[in-house]
Design a protein around this ligand. Structure first.
Ligand code: SF4
Ligand code: SF4
Length: 457
């Protein structure tokens, strides 16, 4: 037997052992993540694939061993070597500022019979027909909505109520005695401290006009133009629990969203207060009280890219995060945007969020030019109408996104492959479908949340 055959035969043996160990590990990880289908499929692969290599080794089938080994080497090369097409990200940015009065949350706050309502719809008659659709539905966390769950909805509302208490503290008095700390020192301290406070990732961006809404659309300052002297921002993410998101669009998703808005709000308030105590003007941007468009600020602070579902996609938790932002006059040390072409290329192929969206609000098509940026734009009216029907903020797209899988060795290995190779990205889309299903079922609510046993008649 020549050397090549000896190596092929030996490789088959080693690979059989490694493959078996890898698939059993995969099976266990899926099982601990409560992904029964994926776990069963990994077990089937562990039972059927490694024996092919083992039998080849045992019976010394030289040609088969050679083919299997060559296949293994080629696959590894394709996985490890940067290879193939990537989506092209340019430095484009929105041409016009967005008016907060046009976003769905602002339109939802308009009450029929009020001056504000009449004024808005006389200027935007096309939106009245669209908005009448969501007004026919029960509404967010409302009785008679599809996923009404008394305890979960009241818990979510308690969290939203608590965030609202923070609104009065987004801004405040500035210490007249100004610290002379350097921007490097303060930037590093803020990043480390934010993580200590519970942030997952933190970045700093220099602010541009397009980061700010043109006008306030919510609260007492409705209709006021936004004028800010702040030049820099701290953007951070907080993680949403995988277990709570997996049951989307059932009630756990709105509980978790509310809770993480509260966490993000708390951290932002602390950071803004801290900066003011050092003598620098600073403002927290929290749920229901924003001056900036958080996903755009977070993108430019290097925290991720904006994917097909229109949310910020972070490298390790995908869209399964909430965002917080603090703006300040202090010239912090800015980070660079990531420009993750591989992530956007994966989005081009994956389309899973579009498949599972119950209101068909996510496009299957390639990104289009919107306000100066090539991007995907969801149909926010039909999405919000579904929220008002469901009673939750849905989150099916977030729950099913392959990037939302937990941040652990198994999923990070897949993310590594996605980043490296276009061929691996194609394979990863099919792998995700194979293990989880093209349209995965919603997980059950966590055991401690009672099922919908109090649906109002
Ligand atoms: S589900 Fe797929 S297409 Fe949708 S955002 Fe996630 S990666 Fe992109
Ligand atoms: S939140 Fe739900 S309705 Fe809205 S885009 Fe995502 S999946 Fe569709």
């Amino acid at each position: 037997m020549n050397l090549v055959h000896q190596i092929s035969i030996l490789t088959c043996f080693i690979f059989a052992i490694l493959l078996f160990a890898g698939l059993v590990y995969t099976c266990i990880v899926f099982y601990t993540e409560n992904e029964k289908r994926a776990s069963f499929r990994a077990l089937l692969l562990a039972v059927f694939i490694p024996p092919i290599y083992l039998v080849t080794w045992h019976y010394n089938w030289e040609i088969v061993a050679f083919i299997l080994t060559a296949d293994l080497i080629i696959t590894s090369i394709l996985f490890l070597i940067p290879f193939g097409r990537k989506a092209n990200i340019t430095d484009d940015f929105p041409k016009n500022q967005i008016d907060e009065r046009n976003i769905m949350f602002a339109r939802n706050e308009l009450k029929e019979g009020t001056e504000r309502f009449d004024e808005y719809y006389s200027k935007n008659p096309d939106k009245l027909i669209l908005d009448n659709e969501f007004r026919k539905e029960p509404g967010l966390t409302a009785e008679k909505s599809i996923f009404y769950n008394e305890l979960a909805y009241k818990a979510a509302n308690a969290s939203f109520f608590t965030v609202e208490q923070f609104h009065q503290s987004v801004d405040g008095e500035i210490n007249q005695s100004r610290s002379n700390i350097s921007n490097h020192e303060l930037s590093d301290f803020i990043k480390d401290w934010s993580k200590k406070l519970g942030a997952l990732n933190v970045g700093i961006a220099e602010l541009k006009d397009y980061h700010f809404y043109s006008h306030k659309g919510r609260g007492k300052e409705y209709g006021n133009p936004i004028e800010s002297k702040h030049t820099h921002s701290i953007a951070f993410t907080v993680e949403m629990s995988e277990e709570m998101v997996a049951a989307a669009p059932q009630s756990s998703i709105v509980m978790e969203s509310a809770q993480q808005y509260l966490e993000a709000g708390r951290i932002a308030i602390q950071l803004a207060q801290f900066l003011r105590s050092l003598g620098f003007s600073a403002r927290a941007h929290i749920d229901g009280n924003y001056q900036v468009i958080c996903p755009l600020v977070a993108r430019d602070a290097g925290l991720g890219e904006i994917g097909r579902m229109g949310l910020l996609m972070t490298p390790n938790e995908g869209p399964r995060v909430r965002l917080g932002v603090v703006t300040t006059e202090f010239k912090l040390k800015p980070d660079n945007r990531i420009k993750d072409n591989a992530m956007l290329d994966f989005c081009l192929q994956c389309k899973k969020c579009a498949e599972v969206c119950p209101s068909k609000s996510i496009s299957f098509e390639a990104p289009k030019l919107v306000n100066g940026i090539k991007r995907w734009q969801i149909n926010s009216e039909s999405c919000f109408t579904y929220w008002c029907k469901a009673g939750t903020d849905c989150g099916r797209c977030m729950a099913c996104c392959p990037y939302s899988h937990p941040d652990n060795l198994l999923h990070n290995f897949i993310r590594f492959g996605i980043k490296k190779s276009a061929l691996f990205r194609m394979l990863a889309v099919h792998l995700d479908d194979f293990f989880y299903g093209r349209k995965p079922k919603s997980a059950k609510l966590p055991d401690w949340i009672p099922e919908n046993d109090k649906v109002p008649k």
